[in-house]
Write a protein that binds this ligand. Structure first.
Ligand code: TMP
Ligand code: ASP
Length: 256
């Protein structure tokens, strides 16, 4: 496949050395995993869809001044990204109760939360990514208080952007996870959004029917995960880009 030096292999992606210093190539695999890889399957074409969906989201985040690691998509499965030092946190933003918060706090799935809630998880597969507080993050030096402020501001901006983007195509953004990295431009360090944003890392429900259009289909043994990812890509206008009259861009869906 590639003779580039492999820097890191995760559950869903591989990072290779990039063509220039300070860049990497992010390769999207077809592996679907859940519960820290206790469930694992290869779903043909998932990597291609996530590469495309994540490209679309990161391109628009860059355009509205939310800095990300994304430079450009190179081919069906690879994108060129800026090399960052990943902060060892998974940052989750929730708008609607589902998944672990529903279980932990005894909330009804689908209950609108009193406000968007940000949670931090320590990225450590061997510990199953435990939830941590700002106290843990600063005490163990994973991020400073000022960095936590930046991360929270970025997370809320991403939430606002994604909520609007998806609502416009008839999809409710229930929650999502982002990862962040430190990036140096000359001598100035800033925190930027890294990794991917795709139906692997978001909960997306059809706004009318509440049908799950995300990785919960795989986690919960529902069928049609790839069709659901394709549906998300299609609603964002990403599936028929080379067919002229339909044009580019999201397809507006009226929700009521
Ligand atoms: P949770 O409800 O299982 O804590 O998940 C919250 C959000 O984070 C959901 O959109 C799925 C996403 N997520 C990941 O991207 N990676 C993970 O390892 C986990 C547990 C959740
Ligand atoms: N990403 C985790 C895994 O691969 C868990 C999840 O997304 O549910 O196991």
């Amino acid at each position: 496949m590639s003779r580039r030096r492999r820097i890191y292999e995760g559950k869903a992606k591989i990072l290779y050395e990039g063509p220039e210093a300070g860049t990497l190539v992010q390769f999207f695999k077809d592996d679907a995993t859940a519960f820290n890889k206790k469930k694992h399957e290869i779903l043909d074409g998932k990597g291609v869809l996530n590469n495309r969906i994540s490209e679309y989201i990161f391109t628009h985040l860059n355009r509205i001044g939310i800095p990300t690691h994304f430079i450009k998509r190179m081919n069906m499965r690879e994108q060129l990204i800026k090399q960052v030092d990943i902060i060892p946190l998974e940052v989750v933003v929730r708008n609607i109760a589902a998944g672990s918060i529903a279980k932990r706090l005894g909330l009804e799935d689908g209950e609108v939360l009193p406000r968007s809630i940000i949670e931090f998880y320590y990225k450590a597969d061997e510990l199953d990514d435990p939830m941590v507080s700002e106290e843990h993050i600063t005490a163990f030096g994973w991020a400073t208080p000022a960095e936590i402020d930046d991360i929270m501001t970025l997370a809320i901006r991403v939430n606002d952007f994604l909520s609007g983007l998806f609502l416009g195509v008839g999809i409710q953004l229930v929650d999502f996870k982002i990862e962040l990295g430190r990036h140096w431009e000359n001598d100035v360090m800033r925190i930027i959004v890294a990794d991917e944003i795709s139906p692997d890392s978001c909960r997306l429900w059809d706004a009318k029917t509440k049908k799950k259009l995300d990785k919960d289909r795989f986690r919960q043994d529902l069928d049609g995960m790839l069709d659901a990812y394709r549906e998300v890509a299609d609603r964002l206008g990403l599936l028929h880009e080379n067919e002229p009259p339909r044009g580019k861009g999201p397809v507006l869906v009226k929700t009521d």
